[in-house]
Design a protein around this ligand. Structure first.
Ligand SMILES: [Zn+2]
Length: 242
């Protein structure tokens, strides 16, 4: 067995390093989890391996994203009776062809009605649904921010909904701005609230350190359950950063 050493590159990236009698460094990312392994020549020290890994981070992330993507639900085709999620519940898509501007109607307990022109493509349908998700998600986020600004005692200057590949949310502390992943429209409301609160807590503490954890415990003691749920539900993409 080769001896593996774990090298922590960033807070989110650790790599397996093995030393071998080779001339050049070899970097590989493995499915399904996106594990990273570097085989390094015997004479190369950890610091050089670390610098090498840092120089390859974009490449590593790209491949990790690809592996995570393979794990997702099959791509949606926006066809009749296809399953789509909203606020953690599953609905069936009903396609209504009409010769007018597209729209989404959400009036029953079982269906999301997508009104489209007969010749609409999958891509156009996706855009229409995503726009609908965006509008609905925005309606949900504002009251959450209002509520937690008072509870936590922080002020958000700006917030936006974004399509992000590997993050549920981000916080720009200097600008006091929060971005929320569009995908959260599909998740239960408490999962959305958890992400918004997590990002708002960053205004009190930048890093995911003990202080951050104790603030989460203080304001949202059930946060671990929400986090677990978020990473377990359909259309979830494994462990995400935020
Ligand atoms: Zn965070």
């Amino acid at each position: 067995m080769e001896e593996v050493k774990i090298l922590n590159i960033t807070s989110q990236l650790s790599i397996d390093v093995v030393r071998k009698d080779i001339k050049n460094m070899h970097l590989a990312v493995y499915p399904p989890t996106g594990r990273v392994r570097i085989a390094a020549p015997l004479r190369i020290d950890d610091e050089a391996v670390r610098l090498f890994a840092i120089s390859k981070i974009a490449w590593i992330r790209k491949h990790q994203r690809n592996f995570l993507a393979q794990d997702r639900q099959p791509p949606r085709q926006f066809k009749e009776r296809e399953s789509h999620y909203f606020q953690g519940k599953r609905y069936l898509l009903r396609i209504v062809e009409h010769d007018a501007a597209p729209k989404v109607l959400f009036k029953t307990k079982s269906f999301i009605d997508l009104y489209v022109r007969p010749e609409s493509t999958t891509e156009q349908r996706q855009i229409i649904i995503n726009e609908w998700y965006r509008i609905e998600l925005k309606k949900l986020i504002q009251p959450i921010i209002d509520k937690w600004e008072k509870q936590i005692g922080v002020t958000i200057n700006d917030w936006q909904v974004k399509q992000m590949k590997t993050k549920w949310g981000t916080c720009n502390i200097e600008k006091k701005r929060i971005w929320v992943n569009l995908e959260l429209a599909k998740k239960p409301l408490h999962c959305l609230e958890y992400i918004v609160v997590h990002e708002m807590i960053h205004l009190l503490e930048r890093h995911h350190n003990d202080r951050f954890l104790s603030l989460m415990e203080k304001y949202m003691p059930q946060w671990k359950f929400y986090k677990e749920e978020l990473n377990r539900l359909p259309v979830s993409h494994g462990e995400w950063d935020y």
